[in-house]
Design a protein around this ligand. Sequence first.
Ligand SMILES: Cc1cc2nc3c(=O)[nH]c(=O)nc-3n(C[C@H](O)[C@H](O)[C@H](O)COP(=O)(O)OP(=O)(O)OC[C@H]3O[C@@H](n4cnc5c(N)ncnc54)[C@H](O)[C@@H]3O)c2cc1C
Length: 394
Amino acid sequence: MSLPVTDVQRDLIDLVRRFVSTEIVPLEFELDPDESELSAPVLERLTTKTKQMGLYNIDVPEEFGGAGLDTVTRTLLAMEMSQHRAGLYAPCYAAFGQPDMGQLYDGTDEQKERYLYPVLRAEKKSFFALTEPSGGSDPARAIQTRAKRDGSDWIINGNKTFISGADTADFGLVFARTGDQESGRSGITCFIVDADTPGFTVRRVIHTLRSGHCPTELTFEDVRVPAAAVLGEVGQGFALATERLTKNRIPYAAGCLGVAMKAHRMAVEYAGTRSVFGSTLAEHEGIQWMLVDNEIDLRSATLITLDAAERADSGQPFRTEVALAKIVATEAAGRVVDRAIQIHGGYGVTKDLPLERWYRELRIRRIGEGSTETQKMIVSRDLLRGRYRGLLDR
Ligand SMILES: Cc1cc2nc3c(=O)[nH]c(=O)nc-3n(C[C@H](O)[C@H](O)[C@H](O)COP(=O)(O)OP(=O)(O)OC[C@H]3O[C@@H](n4cnc5c(N)ncnc54)[C@H](O)[C@@H]3O)c2cc1C
């Protein structure tokens, strides 16, 4: 069985691979090893190139001026775009456009003019605020931030935590409870909140294993927003959040595999040249087995991730396949980078190589965007509720 890669996809893979190796990797020799952003002129030079390639705003549908790629192609390119030091959380330093804020495609024309198009033109930055101190795994029950009607306005009160990039954002999507606490997912509404709205505060930046784009803690104290700030329907915010989150988990998984593929190639190369006990590392069985384990992890996780992408494109249910991909890719990538570090010995943990950054940042990926445990809950529900679809049963 070979990977279902078309000629067009192969050309795009080659194009992005060349871009990473000729434009991004050389830049990183000059940057701080923990850098996540480029200066405006350098980024502009790079985006001019990605626009010429027809790949700017890579996550965006064609009707909004984006590349309009199918999920399989997007997944293959995500595996290439992450193959550099900052690649996990800043793939190509956003030269291919900002991360997807697809919820805004469902906005009104006014909301698109004010928020979506400025984001697509890289004039505005946004944040996505679902998680609260009461817990992120089960937001439908945990959300305590409340929005109450006051005339035609809404007044928002509450706290959010672990919200990435809110300290530098112009606005955010804020999920608040508009039904009672028992209303679950049907009682949650999404509001667009401008960062300069009185009562909105970024209380602190939370430092984590990640090098940049820090998460933050937010407070909402009598934040007044107009009815026009509701994105979608009142009470439909949870569906709005989760539909996009599910699909985004596929390129998210693929990005993990990209850095792991690069780490694996580095380990194979290093093992072939480094001498220990009179022969190269590669001639020792203990090292060979680590490399084989990497190969097994990468091949199986890549196939499972592409399977999820293909399901998403085929219009069939894909939640279970995405959950499997998210689990397998994030866990496998962590193991592969760990073994690559072991093979590099002391050099593996220095900032001279990208391995230590990937090792730190990959650890977050088993928690963010739906932890391994919550993804297992999704898969087990299908297994136990008679919705089992084995690969050969479809
Ligand atoms: C760096 C970083 C950036 C983030 N950025 C954002 C952001 O931009 N926006 C946003 O909204 N959120 C963001 N998050 C939050 C992230 O989505 C949550 O951390 C995640 O959903 C887990 O929620 P929690 O941390 O509250 O853990 P909890 O929900 O308290 O869970 C604790 C642990 O228990 C496990 N667990 C939960 N339920 C079960 C179960 N039934 N069985 C077994 N184990 C279980 C979980 O997997 C987890 O390991 C970010 C988090 C981090 C670390």
